[in-house]
Design a protein around this ligand. Sequence first.
Ligand code: AMP
Ligand code: MN
Ligand code: MN
Ligand code: MN
Length: 278
Amino acid sequence: MLNFDLHCHSTVSDGTLSPTDLAARAKRNGVDVWAMTDHDEVAGIAEARAAAKALDLPYVTGVEISITWASQTVHIVGLQIDETNQTLIDGLAGMRGGRENRAREMAAQLETVGIHGAFEGALKFAGNPDLISRTHFARYLLELGVCKDLSEVFSKYLGEGKAGFVPHRWATLSDAMQWIRGAGGIAVIAHPGRYKFDDTAFDALFAEFKDLGGTAIEVTTGSHTVDQYEEYARVANRFGFLASRGSDFHGPGESRVDIGTLPPLPKSVKPVWHDWTI
Ligand code: AMP
Ligand code: MN
Ligand code: MN
Ligand code: MN
């Protein structure tokens, strides 16, 4: 079975490796088909594609779009998109615009709990200032030594309801679906196990996603526990979704799961790549 890794991040969003270094790591780790899925930005794709080609590594274009659904942030991965599609590019650019203001508000709130200079501190870690994200704040807080790891930073400072959390309105599900499908892509709900919805809300999300032309959900991802691989395999089959697999790798020493190292998809599901010609 081929090793597909269809979700990871470079310095173009909140990863710590360049697209070229990510391609090399994917190849070294035995990935057979690779997609890079930076948050809300397609600017790294040309470099990723060229690096993959030089390594003879089959490459699939990707993006991970932040949306707000039922007051929560949900991520929708688009695969096989035409990254030159102007509606997609403009839509993502419009949505990214709010990140700087949000980051300044996050920093102001962090000041109130004694964390100083967080905007400048986070910016230093952002390869792309346009994409300044909670991950960059988390790296700054780790540098300050106030927490021992990323998950502690999120549970104490940056998660919903914590001092550094600023609610934000991202794209709508319908926008994201139009951008992805308008660019010829396949839409995938990223790491469904991470969202805090009750069963009714989950069912509504999956149904609406399906209605809007959604194709797949991530089943085996670095953001799921082993139990969740089986749980979301059942969800995929119940709703007639294909299943995707991706590490959600952000960087060495930071991500729990390295690129290309996840177990295979459960046998019960149909892979999102079942009809791809590689
Ligand atoms: P943002 O788009 O600025 O809200 O940042 C979201 C990013 O923060 C995600 O893409 C993850 O990379 C990271 N993140 C969110 N929650 C956690 C967590 N509990 N542990 C580690 N990283 C997280
Ligand atoms: Mn991220
Ligand atoms: Mn995500
Ligand atoms: Mn991701």
